[in-house]
Write a new protein. Structure first.
Length: 630
């Protein structure tokens, strides 16, 4: 299953989830009504019959309304709290943010692994958290999208896994980010919280009754027997209903989680070109203390975790396949026994690993599926950068300077105007620093410019909203200094603005309705502009744009807009085209590749344009290399 098919399946799963949640809520409300009616009958001292039930319609209506409102409000409030991004989920579980400049060797290794994988996948580096109070081996990714993503690992993961095993676990989590699983997981947290909260309240009432009951026995207290019986019945019933709510939530989580774990394991093998890493992590989970979390809210995130967050009495409620089954899928010809910390197995690339790796694809079929070659490219890119440039991009004080420096022109006149703009925005001294950084950035070649934004993004998103808005404004001024906008300048400023907007409002939705006429017009703008940045004359531009449009629309009668397609028109076109669903986006981008490769050469401008176009359509692609031919 490719990235686009996975997106379509995630959209279908969301509809199924909504129906499943409505059914679960209806069953819980029915159970709640039964409890309340039983309590009323006990208090009245009657035996319920059909006539008596007919007289209780107002009670049933009240319980249904109040109970439904309570469940719905709890779910909405939880969903609203999750708009704080994936980091909010990690902090709720006791996670602490990892300083990307840390000197701790274990945390330094974690930062390096996460940064390499993010750049290999073509997405911004997520926030990184460690659950300090969790000795078991586990991890998760949370958030609505790359703009607000966070990855978290337990302290046990840091202490008990080697680098290869940590890579395998992070590869698994990046699969969830790339395939949209993370967004569905976060939505699922909000949807299930409403029904699971009854279970949380039920357990709280049970503890309260135990302690208060013990106190009354010590004091020799008594009370009205009927009232105490009704209270006891209510408490027990709430516990039972709460348990049913937990079971319902678990079943919904399990229904959408188990199959995706196999896919995420496969992606980890493809990304690292070895099954040893993720298989070793799974064996250590089986051979040590497991993956269960101590945090009281761990059941909320059970479907997000790398390994099971709790031990369950029924496999039907499991959000993860058995460890042995996962190992069998990764290494079908190996003996799958648990191992203790410090031991490792070096079996080499297994037949399963080779199968997961796949063959050569065009850039679009490579979307959402980075491989070991992309990871090696990212590792070489990061290791080849000057330490000063990397540390500045990672730092809260330097990330914005790297963005400004990336936009400094090689033209002396334009560079002087940009120096004045930066001095006005910050200071003359800071403008001098930006000039020094610009020299370092140019020395890395054009392929390092967009990855630098991905590296700097965690620090940028932590800045106050006013500072982020000011950086976007400054970026547009720097671009306009020479009176023209290059493909790279457009790519960087658009990607910066989009990611910061999504970090601020990750749940924002737009209309999903796109008429065929609007689709054709938007595609025409897109193909015409991209063709204009790869061809030398109007005839070649028309031929390249028409080749892609004819593939996309077999009955195409559109004439390429080579004279009036600018960056503002492209912005508007991309907003419309982002309404397309998975397989439709794939067809659009395959057609765009036909236009780009019409002369069998991919220019640097086209490669950077394709990266930002894919990002605007929420399709992550690994770094592209100019000169490649399909």
């Amino acid at each position: 299953m490719n990235f686009f098919e996975h997106q379509d399946r995630a959209r279908r799963n969301t509809r199924v989830l909504v129906l499943a949640m409505l059914l679960a809520v209806a069953l819980l409300l029915a159970a709640l009504n039964a409890v309340v009616l039983a309590i009323v009958a006990i208090m009245q001292g009657v035996v319920p019959d059909r006539a008596w039930l007919g007289d209780q319609l107002d009670v049933i209506a009240t319980v249904t309304f109040v109970g439904g409102a309570f469940i719905g409000l709890a779910g909405l409030l939880r969903a609203e709290s999750l708009r704080g991004g994936g980091g909010r989920v990690a902090r709720d579980l006791g996670g602490t943010l990892v300083d990307t400049g840390t000197s701790d060797p274990k945390r330094r290794q974690l930062v390096n692994v996460v940064e390499e994988m993010a750049i290999a996948a073509g997405i911004p580096v997520p926030e990184i958290y460690v659950l300090e109070n969790e000795p078991a081996i586990n991890a998760f990714a949370a958030g609505y999208g790359p703009g607000d993503a966070a990855v978290a690992v337990t302290r046990g993961t840091l202490e008990k896994l080697n680098r290869e095993e940590l890579q395998g676990v992070m590869g698994h989590e990046f699969s969830h980010i790339l395939n949209g699983d993370m967004r569905l997981n976060t939505r699922l947290m909000g949807m299930t919280f409403g029904i699971m909260i009854i279970g949380m309240i039920g357990r709280g009432i049970l503890r309260g009754m135990f302690y208060s009951g013990a106190g009354r026995r010590r004091r020799g207290g008594g009370g009205d027997a009927r009232a105490q019986m009704a209270l006891l019945a209510a408490a027990l019933a709430l516990i039972i209903i709460g348990t049913l709510g937990v079971i319902a939530g678990r079943l919904v989580q399990a229904a959408v989680s188990r199959k995706r774990e196999f896919l995420a394991d496969a992606t980890a093998v493809q990304l690292t070109r070895s099954s040893d890493g993720i298989a070793g992590a799974l064996r250590k989970i089986g051979g040590l203390d497991g993956s269960a979390l101590a945090a009281s809210r761990s059941e909320e995130v059970g479907h997000m975790l790398f390994g099971p967050g709790r031990k369950l009495w029924s496999s039907a409620l499991a959000t993860h396949p058995p460890l042995r089954d996962r190992l069998q899928a990764i290494e079908p010809h190996s003996n799958h026994e648990p191992t203790a910390a410090g031991s490792s197995r070096n079996t080499g690339a297994s037949p399963a690993a080779a199968g997961f790796s796949g063959g050569e694809h065009n850039a679009i079929d490579h979307a959402g599926t980075p491989d070991a070659g992309d990871l090696e490219t990212a590792q070489n890119l990061l290791s080849g950068m000057p330490g000063l440039l990397v540390e500045t991009a990672r730092s809260d004080s330097g990330a914005a300077l790297v963005i400004a420096a990336s936009l400094i022109s090689t033209d002396a006149t334009a560079a002087r105007q940009q120096h004045a703009l930066i001095s006005e925005h910050w200071s003359d001294e800071t403008a001098g620093v930006c000039n020094q950084l610009a020299v370092l950035i140019r020395g890395q070649g054009p392929g390092a410019r967009l990855p630098l934004l991905e590296l700097a993004f965690p620090a940028l998103r932590r800045k106050p909203l006013t500072d982020r808005d000011a950086l976007v404004t400054l970026s547009h001024k720097l671009v306009a200094a020479d009176g023209k906008i290059s493909a790279f300048e457009y790519a960087l400023t658009r990607l910066l603005e989009q990611l910061l907007n999504e970090a601020e409002n990750p749940t924002r939705k737009q209309s999903q309705w796109l008429t065929r006429d609007n689709y054709q017009r938007a595609a025409n703008v897109l193909f015409s502009l991209v063709a204009a940045h790869g061809q030398r004359d109007s005839i070649s531009i028309r031929a390249a744009a028409s080749a892609g449009l004819d593939y996309l629309f077999p009955d195409n009668t559109l004439e390429p807009q080579i004279d009036n397609s600018g960056w503002e028109q492209l912005d508007a076109a991309l907003l419309k085209l982002d309404r397309l669903h998975g397989t439709d986006k794939r067809r659009l981008l395959l057609a765009l590749e036909i236009t780009i490769r019409h002369d069998e050469v991919v220019t640097l401008e086209q490669a950077e344009l394709l990266r930002v176009i894919c990002a605007s359509l929420h399709v992550p692609v690994p770094p592209l290399h100019p000169g490649a031919v399909a």
